[in-house]
Design a protein around this ligand. Structure first.
Ligand code: ADP
Ligand code: ZN
Ligand code: ZN
Length: 742
């Protein structure tokens, strides 16, 4: 018999598989399958790997091959669909396959101990039990009769369900087993389902009904649908109807991607109350390692029918995936910003296409790439269907009134216009709530010397330190560096150092002075770093214990506050004139979202925007909540400038302690890339706006092409060439395909 050789993917930065002997000395090894987790010796320690192929020969001489140390054959192997999806992604994003694969697994499965899963017994009736008559059991044995009767209607009961019948139901079911009426099997334990009161389904309006019908007209083939509707237009209701229909197919599973873990509890509760009979699990980074493993296994085994997850969950094995939904598809958190820099929306598109299932993208302000695919893409094969919800679902809710206040024409009080202050006072009188929104980027308070204009810099980044008055500290928001607030200016010795700029903390203090009776809460990275802090604040808002919420974009998303009638937008002008060509797209999306917070129920809302450019096209479109016209303006600009989605781009990023190494590396890559293809435009290496980060000097090379395949080919060859070069070990480098940030 030829030796059996396992080709194994390992979490190492080399784009290849490693050969091992199966080591038939262990009997369980005979059952090793593709996708199985194994433990193998690598270097001087053992590592977890995944079997990718079983062969009878190797390029390595047999006597040099080592046997695997252990095979976890009791576990279900990873399925071919998941492995193929990760293979595709690793190739597309130019990342080593083994690393991509291992990092898609729950942490517990990357650890050496076998993954223990939470199991419980589940009971069903035998043929004798099905035929049995409850009257055969003496009347006195109430619980036994009850359990038998329940089993006859419910078909099967878990231990948890038995506990609900009676404290002695487990004993009773064992008696049924002894009688030959019931049998047990071990199944993955489903976590206790949050008890929610089932809620009524509203009657769909015409646009919603049309959306559901159109998508469900072809439930078994790949189609991408853009569901475009403002907040409150009833997109989630459409998802629920689609889910109800798809879940009619036996064993069907649905994956719903959400941008942030903060949003999952609300959506979870809503899905549970409307789809109470379908097991639901969530997958996100706020779960403990064991919860995450358990939820993942429930998904992998097909027990969980609805999976709500953040970007990484796109790689979850789902044996019977029938529908993919991506909520807030424009959100930039779908793009991973380190390791394999995938975009979950793009991976979802590939997955849906391979499985031939529909994918639904929902957004009030679609990403321009998505809008392009739904409206202008001349290539019919990659065209999305466009479904629009133009009205708010609850007819009483009106669109907010949007006023832009020209800050160059009024006197500001601590950064606030008189109009905004008056509007805040009015809300206080009426016992209504307000939200003040600050665009985080660049508007944190810095420490300024009044005498020489020195501004406290970070020693490790090209950035300024942010003043945190509460802790009397200066902190870098890029690298986390912290220091005390100095007594004197290090540059001129003057003691006149002041925080300047409106951070959320400053604004909170200003408001407390201007409106002493107001109850104010601040929401930003610092105030809600604790796991449940945001939930606590949101609860308080719901209980009307807060009058004014101050915060960054964390507040913009998905929260429904019926009594909130005023939104103030403090400072966004920097994004209007940013060198980043996506800044205005992002700002528009954010402002549409915050504007959507005002006046959701029956109360009309008002939005006050303070700006130096009240006539900007962005604000004009926002005033009439017209995503479409602004998207068309932006698309036109992108076409003129030859930016995505009219071209495809990739970055080669590099960093090192010493910039000359970065320069050498990028120059070499530049020369290679230029020689590889005439269809790919390669720009000179440049430095990003943030030249230095965490003590590292940074630079990048931009590649651009009209056709994706041409770019992919160059990248593949370029990466191979660069990996082979000595310089590649002296700098930290990565490829970023379809980068969102420069
Ligand atoms: P979106 O997801 O677009 O923000 P939702 O689906 O959350 O919108 O709907 C907003 C509100 O309107 C929710 O309270 C929802 O229950 C309600 N709603 C949705 N569709 C309808 C409808 N057809 N009739 C009445 N109320 C609806
Ligand atoms: Zn000074
Ligand atoms: Zn720093």
């Amino acid at each position: 018999m030829p030796p059996s050789i396992l080709k194994i993917a390992l979490d190492v930065p080399l784009d290849r598989l490693f050969d091992y002997l199966n080591g038939d000395h262990l009997s369980e090894n005979r059952h090793v399958q593709i996708g199985q987790r194994v433990l193998v010796p690598f270097g001087n320690r053992n590592q977890i790997g995944i079997v990718m192929a079983i062969a009878d020969s190797s390029d390595v001489p047999l006597e040099k091959l080592k046997p695997i140390a252990q095979a976890f054959t009791a576990e279900t192997p990873l399925d071919a669909e998941m492995l193929a999806l990760i293979k595709f992604s690793a190739d597309y994003y130019q990342y080593p396959f083994g690393q991509a694969l291992l990092s898609a697994l729950p942490a517990r499965l990357r650890q050496i101990a076998p993954a223990v899963s939470r199991k419980q017994y589940c009971y069903h009736l035998t043929d004798a039990g099905i035929a049995a008559d409850v009257e055969q059991i003496p009347k006195k044995q109430k619980v036994l009769r009850n359990v038998l009767a329940t089993l006859q209607t419910a078909k099967q009961l878990t231990e948890a369900e038995l506990d609900e019948i009676s404290g002695t139901a487990r004993k009773a079911v064992k008696a049924l087993v002894d009688l030959g009426f019931a049998a047990s099997e071990q199944v993955l334990a489903l976590q206790r389902v949050m008890v929610t009161t089932p809620s009524e389904a509203p009657q769909l309006n015409d646009e919603q009904a049309h959306a559901v019908q159109t998508i469900m007209a072809q439930p078994h083939i790949f189609n991408a649908w853009l569901l475009n509707g403002i907040t409150g237009s009833g997109k989630t209701e459409v998802y629920i109807r689609l889910m109800q229909q798809v879940l009619q197919q036996p064993d069907a599973q649905i994956l719903v991607l959400v941008p942030e873990i903060n949003l999952t509890p609300q959506l979870e509760a809503r899905f549970r109350s409307r789809l109470p009979s379908f097991p639901l699990v969530s997958l996100h980074s706020n779960l403990s390692e064991s919860e995450r493993l358990h939820h993942w296994q429930l998904a992998q085994s097909g027990v969980a029918k609805i999976i709500i997850g953040t970007r990484l969950s796109i790689f979850t094995p789902l044996p019977n995936l029938k529908l993919l939904i991506i909520d807030e598809e424009h959100d930039s958190s779908y793009k991973q910003q380190d390791s394999m820099r995938y975009h979950a929306r793009d991976v979802a598109m590939v997955r849906a296409k391979r499985l031939n299932i529909p994918v639904v993208l929902g957004s009030a302000t679609p990403a321009l790439e998505t809008w392009y695919n739904a409206t202008v893409n001349p290539n019919q094969a990659s065209r999305y269907g466009l479904l629009r919800l133009k009205q708010r679902a609850v007819t009483a809710a009106q669109l907010p009134q949007i006023d832009c206040i020209d800050t160059t024409k009024v006197n500001l009080q601590h950064g606030l216009t008189p109009q905004l202050i008056t509007a805040l006072k009015l809300r206080l009188q009426r016992k209504e709530q307000s939200l003040l929104f600050i665009n985080r980027r660049g508007y944190s308070p810095v420490l300024l010397c009044a005498a020489c204009h020195w501004i406290a810099p970070c020693s490790r980044c090209s950035s300024r330190l942010v003043v945190h008055l509460g802790q009397r500290k200066l902190r870098c928001h890029h690298c986390g560096h912290e220091q005390r607030i100095p007594q004197q200016c290090p540059s001129c010795g003057d003691a006149d150092l002041h925080p300047t700029g409106h951070g959320t903390q400053r604004l909170e203090q200003t408001l407390a002075q201007l409106l002493p009776t107001a109850r104010i809460a601040r929401v930003d990275r610092d105030s809600v770093s604790r796991k449940d802090a945001l939930v606590d604040i949101l609860d308080k808002v719901h209980r009307q214990e807060i009058d004014i919420l101050v915060g960054t974009q964390m507040l913009a998303k998905g929260h429904d506050f019926p009594n909130l009638t005023l939104v103030g937008v403090i400072d966004t002008d920097s994004a209007l004139h940013s060198p980043d060509f996506r800044a205005s797209e992002r700002l528009f999306a954010q402002l549409m979202q915050v504007a959507g917070r005002a006046g959701r129920a029956d109360k009309a809302g008002q939005v006050i925007i303070q700006t130096q450019f009240p006539e900007h096209a962005l604000f004009n479109a926002l005033r009439v909540q017209d995503y479409e016209s602004y998207a068309d303006v932006l698309l036109h600009e992108r076409e003129q400038m030859q930016f995505p989605p009219y071209v495809f781009t990739a970055l080669l990023r590099a960093e090192a302690n010493d910039y000359s190494l970065v320069q050498q590396f990028l120059q070499l890559a530049f020369a290679h890339a230029r020689s590889l293809s005439e269809q790919v435009l390669v720009y000179d290496p440049v430095r990003p706006q943030m030249e230095r980060l965490k003590g590292m000097e940074r630079g990048y090379l931009l590649l651009q092409a009209k056709q994706r395949p041409a770019l992919q080919q160059v990248l593949k060859q370029l990466v191979t060439l660069m990996r082979a070069n000595k310089l590649a070990n002296k700098v930290r480098w990565a490829v970023d395909v379809n980068p969102l940030e420069f």
